[in-house]
Write a protein that binds this ligand. Structure first.
Ligand code: C2E
Ligand code: CA
Ligand code: CA
Length: 386
C-alpha cells in the first residue's frame, strides 16, 4: 500500500499555531519552516528537511499546535495518523513513555516562556497516573540498587527433603528484600523489575556469592554430607558466557565441590534451546547440576526435555495442589515415570500437607519442598536447627 502523502506548494501553510492536531507528518521532500509568535513578532524556530518528523508534539499529548509550519519549497509530506503513535506509545516501556512525556512537558513550558504565553504554565505540574506508575518503578529500582550496595538483600534457605529418608538433602536460595518503608518486597515483584534492566546481573552475582558463603558456613558447622544449595538464574545471567567460569571461581576459592551448588532455570527461559544447551554442557563439564524449574507451567511443552539433559525437574506447585483429585494423581504418576526414564530427579514444589507427601511417596517422587518441610529460613535458623 502506498503511504498517504500530501503535496504543499512553496509558501503554503501546513498548520498554524493554535490549530487542533490532526496528525503528524514525515517530510519526504522539500523544506519546512517552523515559526512561532514571540511577543507579537514572528520568530523562526528552525527549518526541517527530508526524513524529519513534523507536528508530532501535538499528537503525543493532544494539545493544540504551538508553532506554525509553512512550506519553504514545494514539499511532499507523508501523513502519520494519531493512532499510529498512540498504539506504539501504549505498547512502549512505561519508563520510556514517562521520559518522553516529561521532556515534552518541559519543552512546552520552555516554548511558553519564550513566546510570553503563560496560559498553560500550571499544566507542567500534573502527573498522569501512568507516569506516576513509571516513576514509582524507577524509584523502586534506585532503591533496589542502593539496597544491593548496602547488602540489604538477604538470602533465605528453603529445605528440600528426600521423601524416603526424611533427610534434608539441600536448600533452595530465595532472595528477600526488606524495604525500609514498604517492608518485605516479594522477589516476584523486584526480580521482575531487576530483569527489565541489567540490575539483575549484580543481584544474581550477589546471590551466587552468598550461596557459596552459606555452603562454607554449613560445612563449618559440621553438616555432613554437605547439603546442596540451589540458586535461581535469570535469562540475562544465562546470556553471560563467563557465568559458569565465574561460579567455578567462587567455588574453588572456598574449596567447595561443584555439585553442592545447583542452578535452577525456569521453563520460560528454555524457549531458547541452544542457549540452555550450552549452559548445560558447560555446567556438566565441571560437575554442576542444573534443574528445570516450574515444570508444567506456562510454556508447557515436552520439547525441552527431548533435547536438554537436565539433572532435576522441579514440578510446579499447581500439580501438587491437584493431588487431591484422581486426575492430578494420574498426571503426577506419569511425570514421576517420565523423570525416572530420563534419569532425572523429581522435586515436588509447594508441598503443604501430609496427604500430598504421602501420595508423592507412594508415586515414587524423590524430593519434596514446601511449607510442610519448611518455610524459607535465615542461615542462623538453619544452623540453629542442626
Ligand atoms: P520459585 O523459584 O518457584 O520459588 C518457589 C516459591 O514458592 C518461593 O516464593 C517460595 O517461598 C514459595 N513456596 C515454597 N513453598 C511453598 C508452599 O508450600 N506453598 C506456597 N504457597 N508457596 C511456597 P518466593 O520466595 O516469593 O520466590 C518467588 C520467585 O522469585 C521464585 O519462584 C523465583 O522464580 C524468584 N526468585 C527468588 N529468588 C531469586 C533469585 O535469587 N534469583 C532469581 N533470578 N529469581 C529468584
Ligand atoms: Ca526456583
Ligand atoms: Ca519453582
Amino acid at each position: 500500500m502506498q503511504p498517504y502523502s500530501e503535496l504543499f506548494k512553496a509558501g503554503e501553510l501546513v498548520f498554524a499555531e493554535g490549530d487542533a492536531p490532526s496528525g503528524a507528518y514525515l517530510i519526504e521532500s522539500g523544506r519546512i519552516e517552523i515559526s512561532t509568535t514571540q511577543l507579537g513578532e514572528p520568530r523562526v524556530l528552525g527549518v526541517l528537511g527530508p526524513g524529519m518528523l513534523l507536528g508530532e508534539m501535538a499528537v503525543l499529548d493532544e494539545s493544540t499546535r504551538t508553532a506554525t509550519a509553512r512550506a519553504l519549497t514545494d514539499c511532499r509530506l507523508i501523513l502519520i495518523g494519531k493512532d499510529q503513535f498512540a498504539e506504539r506509545l501504549a505498547a512502549a516501556d512505561p519508563v520510556v513513555r514517562a521520559l518522553l512525556m516529561s521532556q515534552l512537558t518541559r519543552y512546552r513550558s520552555a516554548l511558553a516562556t519564550l513566546t510570553g504565553d503563560t496560559r498553560d504554565a500550571g499544566s507542567a505540574a500534573t502527573v498522569e497516573p501512568h507516569e506516576a506508575f513509571a516513576l514509582g518503578k524507577i524509584r523502586l529500582e534506585s532503591e533496589l540498587r542502593a539496597a544491593l550496595e548496602r547488602k540489604e538483600l538477604e538470602l533465605r534457605l528453603q529445605p528440600i527433603e528426600e521423601i524416603v529418608s526424611g533427610r534434608i538433602a539441600g536448600y533452595e536460595a530465595l532472595v528477600r528484600w526488606t524495604h525500609p518503608e514498604r517492608g518485605a518486597v516479594s522477589p516476584a515483584e523486584f526480580i521482575r523489575l531487576a530483569e527489565e534492566t541489567s540490575l539483575i546481573l549484580p543481584i544474581g552475582d550477589y546471590v551466587l556469592e552468598r550461596a557459596c558463603d552459606m555452603l562454607v558456613e554449613l560445612r563449618k558447622r559440621g553438616f555432613k554430607p554437605l547439603p546442596f544449595i540451589a540458586a535461581n538464574l535469570s535469562g540475562r545471567q544465562i546470556d553471560d558466557p563467563t557465568l559458569v567460569e565465574r561460579i567455578l571461581a567462587l567455588l574453588r576459592a572456598r574449596d567447595l565441590p561443584p555439585d553442592r551448588l545447583k542452578l535452577e532455570v525456569t521453563e520460560s527461559l528454555v524457549m531458547d534451546h541452544a542457549r540452555i544447551g550450552e549452559l548445560l554442557a558447560r555446567c556438566h563439564a565441571v560437575g554442576m547440576p542444573v534443574a528445570l524449574d516450574d515444570f508444567g507451567t506456562g510454556y508447557s511443552n515436552l520439547g525441552p526435555l527431548l533435547t536438554l539433559n537436565f539433572d532435576q525437574i522441579k514440578l510446579d506447585a499447581s500439580f501438587i495442589r491437584a493431588l487431591d483429585r484422581p486426575r492430578g494423581v494420574a498426571m503426577v504418576g506419569v511425570i514421576v515415570g517420565m523423570a525416572h526414564a530420563l534419569d532425572c530427579d523429581l522435586i515436588a514444589e509447594g508441598v503443604e500437607t501430609r496427604e500430598q507427601r504421602e501420595v508423592l511417596h507412594r508415586l515414587g517422587c524423590r524430593y519434596a519442598q514446601g511449607w510442610l518441610v519448611g518455610k524459607p529460613l535465615s542461615l542462623e535458623d538453619v544452623l540453629g536447627r542442626h
